[in-house]
Write a protein that binds this ligand. Sequence first.
Ligand code: NDP
Length: 451
Amino acid sequence: MTIAQKEIEKFETSDCNQDKVFYQALEEAIYSIAPLLESDERYTRYAILERLVVPDRIIKFKVVWLDDNQNIMVNTGYRVQFNNALGPYKGGLRFHPSVNEGILKFLGFEQILKNSLTGLPIGGGKGGSDFDPKGKSDFEIMKFCSAFMTELHKYIGPRMDVPAGDIGVGAREIGYLFGEYKKITSSYEGVLTGKPYMFGGSFMRPEATGYGLIYFTQTMLEMENQESLEGKICIVSGAGNVALHAIEKLLQIGAIPVSCSDSKGTIHDPRGVNLELLKELKEEKRVSLEEYINTHKEAKYIPVSEYPEGGHAVWDIPCYAAFPCATQNELTEIDAQNLISNGCVSVSEGANMPSTPEAIEAFLSHKICFAPAKAANAGGVAVSEFEMSQNAGMTKWSFEKVDEKLKDVMQQICKRVSLTAKDYGVEGNYVDGANIAGFKRVADAMIAEGV
Ligand code: NDP
């Protein structure tokens, strides 16, 4: 029995196995880090894995708020403080009806390794609520955020735990959360990142994950001796923060992003998507993508209902590079086979764990350049850490300075991942490289800090 199988066995009957997505993330990481565990018995002796897979604490609370018709609404709030060996807990808040403890544990676990990979002093955490922001008025969003913070403020702080945004939580929500924190504590401090620029936000935080994803991909393609993205057809899924800024950067560098999607359907615009229109529909009007074709008749809208189970329209479009930027497990084995047979050269994950294990296996066995989320989408958390630094020093960095630092972090992560893969005998495998490099830094800190 290999060391990975032995480790997996320990968790098969434990709590971890009850949360499907958490177990999925865990299993991938354990198989990846097996060569590291083989090469250094300290990690087993210090029971690093057993300690790493259990969050330091999970805070679960009730959120009661009034809707616009004065109905009393009740939701559940969470904060999973996973590991702070490298710095304060750091990770986003997700507001989506699907949110539960298992999803937040998977996201929090990924966040530990991702934050470690940035080389910055940040630990891992995640939080959120099953609150659905869709269709809510601005006042309802504000009231929910205030009620959520009434409880959350007890557990966070600039040196303790610094949440940010994720699905359903953007600058608007962070603004309301920050306002309430300030009201309760009378303290103006960098307790949240992703704040609007006018009161402590960093330049480029909104752009960071999407731009960072493209910087990572450019470096990876160069290192793997592939052609650059310039002039190439690219496909992107999602139409939120990460997707829109990935599309923006692709357009800036002369690539041709031809798709985007939301939970109801996919847009395929062969001439290249119109970013201005997308931002208007998704950021201002907050409506379905279907409206895109009202003004762009040459584009095609494919509703989710028209697609066979297990496959997604967006991954059927021939492309040079693909960027899943919507949600977990949105790219299945069928989708991977479609991408491969259509000649796709590179897949970079903007969303967290968007590819299923079978899809990843297909990419790796076909030698597709595959950039896993914990490395490729780390730009958001990196700029969040820059925001923490600016807040701590009561200073502001220019757009150019943040952009330059972001580019540098993404290039460093890419090189570290590639080098680690080579050092551990799995050259070109960025999944293993990212897991090993991310795990090693946290594990070494845990050993140094004692039990
Ligand atoms: P947003 O809420 O801004 O956008 C999410 C987008 O994905 C929406 O357009 C949503 O459509 C779409 N979507 C959701 N579910 C599906 C689905 N099943 N099929 C197709 N589209 C879907 O979130 P973000 O852009 O912030 O986050 C996207 C992903 O990136 C998440 O996995 C998140 O964890 C990850 N991430 C985000 C970071 C950030 O800085 N924001 C940092 C690192 C990772 P609809 O509007 O219809 O719901």
